[in-house]
Write a protein that binds this ligand. Structure first.
Ligand SMILES: CN(C)c1cccc(CNc2ccc(C(N)=O)cn2)c1
Length: 250
């Protein structure tokens, strides 16, 4: 997976390239990241990349030329890496909400160009001319698209084969099966009188799997019933959830 990011602040991306899973995946060549700064595509001495909005109003808008030139350069680099039709994604509050299903789809692409806006956003002609899909990481406004791009990249990198020590944990990631995650415990067995559920110490893996599934279903019911609306339950899941409900003291 090759990421080409259009951003005024390339240094921000060390937040994912320098740590943990994303750092190891980069070292293992599971992905590549190239940043393109629109300032390097300006023609004036002041390296201008924004201007006031037509029609008035607060804030500034990013100029189309430097952005379109940077996107073109990124696309050429993608083509040279063998990705002939890289998807161009614009991070904005006006985008379609990012969810795990979209993350899984995007992780199947061989190359992505991520456009990070600042200020009040980019000139609409950039979106019309070069953006394939607008994506939002949530209903709030950030000072730039960079954090959205990093959130998207992080979630995608986890999906790449070899990124997690064993891929099984990617499939078992919560949201992977449309449910919230079950509770997790590690040493000690008794921490300040708070003990670990016996089933997890039993070594009975069938029981443990059932307990975890029941907890995931119960938590989803309690905290995010909307996720249950979109999910068909198996016979076993339906039974586990109804058991959870009958045992749940409100
Ligand atoms: C209209 N406006 C302020 C604006 C328009 C476009 C980009 C930006 C840059 N900031 C971002 C980007 C993405 C998200 C998100 N939720 O994904 C939140 N903030 C701001």
């Amino acid at each position: 997976m090759r990421f080409d990011v259009i951003t005024l602040f390339p240094e921000m991306f060390s937040a994912i390239t320098d740590f943990g899973i994303n750092r190891r995946a980069l070292e293992k060549d599971l992905y590549a990241l190239h940043c393109w700064n629109p300032r390097d595509f300006t023609a004036d001495n002041y390296r201008t990349i924004d201007d006031r909005p037509y029609g008035g109003g607060p804030g500034m808008v990013m100029l189309p030329e430097p952005l379109l030139a940077a996107i073109e350069a990124a696309k050429v680099a993608q083509n040279q890496a063998g990705n002939l039709a890289p998807k161009v994604i614009y991070l904005s509050p006006q985008g379609q909400p990012l969810d795990q299903a979209a993350v899984k789809q995007l992780s199947a692409c061989s190359g992505l160009v991520l456009l990070c806006g600042r200020y009040e956003g980019v000139d609409e002609r950039v979106i019309k001319h070069s953006v394939d899909v607008e994506v939002s990481i949530g209903d709030y406004v950030l000072s730039g698209g960079e954090l959205g791009a990093m959130v998207m990249m992080d979630s995608i990198i986890r999906q790449l084969p070899g990124a997690l020590n064993h891929n099984l944990s990617a499939q078992q990631d919560s949201f992977e099966d449309g449910l919230l995650d079950c509770p997790h415990y590690t040493r000690p067995e008794d921490y300040r009188g708070m003990t670990v559920p016996d089933v997890l110490l039993s070594g009975n893996h069938a029981e443990i799997r059932r307990w975890r599934l029941k907890q995931a279903l119960g938590r989803t019911w309690l905290r995010r019933p909307d996720l249950l609306d979109q999910r068909v339950l198996s016979k076993e899941e339906a039974r586990l959830l109804s058991d959870f409900k009958s045992e749940h003291i409100t």
